[in-house]
Every structure is written in C-alpha cells, then in structure tokens.
Design a binder for this molecule. Structure first.
Ligand SMILES: O=C(O)CCC(=O)C(=O)O
Length: 257
C-alpha cells in the first residue's frame, strides 16, 4: 500500500505535469493473472472487440477484408470481461489514490477507455496527438485515466508519448483537425510537441494522466503484441451529460477509503 505521502507526491506531479508514472503499481501475482486472461481472451477473440480496420488510424489495414484486417485494437468493456480486470479497475490502492486526488468519492467510467488495448506488430496503428476530453461529454473536465502496462512498453513497441504541462494550456479549435487531433503541421503546435516525452514502462507500472493532457502513441515495430489496461475515473460531483456516449453505461462507485 502507498503511504499517503508518496501518493501525495505522485498527485502533485500529475497536477504539475499532466501525467505521472508509478512504478510497480500492480503486484506480481495480479499481473500474472491479468496477462493470462488478456492472452486467453485475445486468442478467443472474445467480443466486444474494436478492430484496427474499423478505426482507420495511420498504419491500420484498409478494411476487414484486407491482409491483417482482423487485427484487434481494443477488447472493450474490460470491467465486465473478467473478475481480474474488474478487480484491477477497483482495487483499494486505485480507489484511495483517486479519492486523494479528487478529495471525494470516485466513479469508474465504463463508457470511456475501460478496455484492454492491444498493439500488434505490422497491423497495429499509431494514434495521433489528442486530448481525451475532446471526445467525451461531462459536466467538468477533471477526469483521470490510468494506463497499466502488462508488459514492457517502449518507443519501439508503440508506447505512449505525453506533452508535459499541456493539460493546463488553452487551445482554440483551429489547432485541432476535423477528427479532433492536435495538428502537428501547425508551427505553434510543433514547437509544443518537441517537448514530448515517452516514459519507458516496466510490467506492472501505472501511468496516471489527465484527460486534458496531449498524448499520442507510435506503432509496434517489434514481433510481440503489446497489452495494456486502461480505465478512467472522476469524482461523484462530475456527471456524464445525459444522452451522450459518456452516459452510455452505468458507472461504478468505488469503495470509500
Ligand atoms: O496505444 C495507443 O495507440 C494510444 C491510445 C490512446 O491514446 C487512447 O486510447 O486515448
């Protein structure tokens, strides 16, 4: 269990930088169970799935019928897939961390992230620069996601990149393209992106990042599939706007600390 002082230092870093890596967050036995379930479910192509061909990000197969067209990008609704995934999303260490960040009881969104992300060699796509909040609809823009690395994540296998401090910046709409990606071809944007960092993650590491933090991820140039679990949280005073995708699934209230 974290001491309160170490989680407070991590929270301070998240507030200052927009993301923070917490090494060794997932205990070894839980990590082994998560990896086993992840591999079994991918091999079984257990629905619901999102395919690379459906999303059409750069590097994705042109269609489901093209070579590599069956490549999975996300195994959706991780929370409902297996008790190991649900436990990971709601473990007391996460609940306590989030409650200290938000200063209130915390909800897990089942509408956003809440997935096992896979990045495959050859047919896995890259993800352009974006802020998650641009695709979401809540009463505030204070949500935090956690990315759990189930294996090693490096630039070579498509790790995440973050722009430190970007969660605090205001951008006008012209700095994003029609699909809400931050335009790397705008000089002012390119200057900001030059400061991006890609932390190397070891198996079991967690990255906490704010929904306004600009981030992206590369392609997987190795021979092995990369597996990560991702969940998003907000305080009980933040609400998904009725009728939007953000309100599409009931949320999970985490245990009080
Ligand atoms: O692994 C990736 O391609 C990045 C995923 C991502 O940034 C997202 O889902 O918001």
């Amino acid at each position: 269990m974290d001491s309160h002082s170490s989680s407070d230092a991590q929270i301070e870093r998240l507030r200052a930088t927009g993301y923070v890596v917490v090494p060794g967050f997932v205990p070894d036995d839980a990590l082994a169970a998560l990896n086993a379930v992840a591999r079994t479910q991918l091999a079984a192509r257990q629905e619901p799935l999102e395919l690379e061909a459906d999303l059409q990000y750069p590097g994705a197969p042109a269609s489901r019928n093209a070579v590599g067209g069956g490549t999975v990008r996300r195994l959706l609704d991780a929370y409902a897939r297996d008790a190991a995934f649900a436990h990971c999303a709601t473990m007391p260490r996460i609940g306590g961390w989030m409650q200290r960040y938000f200063g209130d009881r915390v909800l897990l969104s089942r509408a956003h992230h809440n997935c096992l992300m896979t990045k495959h060699p050859r047919y896995g796509s890259l993800t352009g620069w974006h802020r998650d909040i641009r695709y979401w609809s809540f009463t505030t823009d204070d949500l935090v996601s956690v990315w759990f690395a189930l294996g090693v994540e490096t630039i070579d296998n498509g790790a995440l990149w973050f722009v430190p401090g970007s969660h605090r910046l205001a951008f006008d709409a012209a700095r994003f393209d029609a699909a809400k990606f931050f335009r790397a071809d705008v000089a002012e944007n390119a200057a900001l992106l030059a400061a991006a960092e890609s932390p190397r993650l070891a198996p079991g590491d967690a990255v906490f990042f704010h929904c306004n933090t600009l981030h992206s991820a590369g392609r997987n140039d190795t021979d092995a599939v990369k597996f990560s679990l991702v969940y998003t949280y907000h305080s009980r005073t933040t609400h998904a706007l009725p009728g939007t995708r953000s309100a599409a699934k009931p949320e999970i209230l985490l245990e009080d600390e």
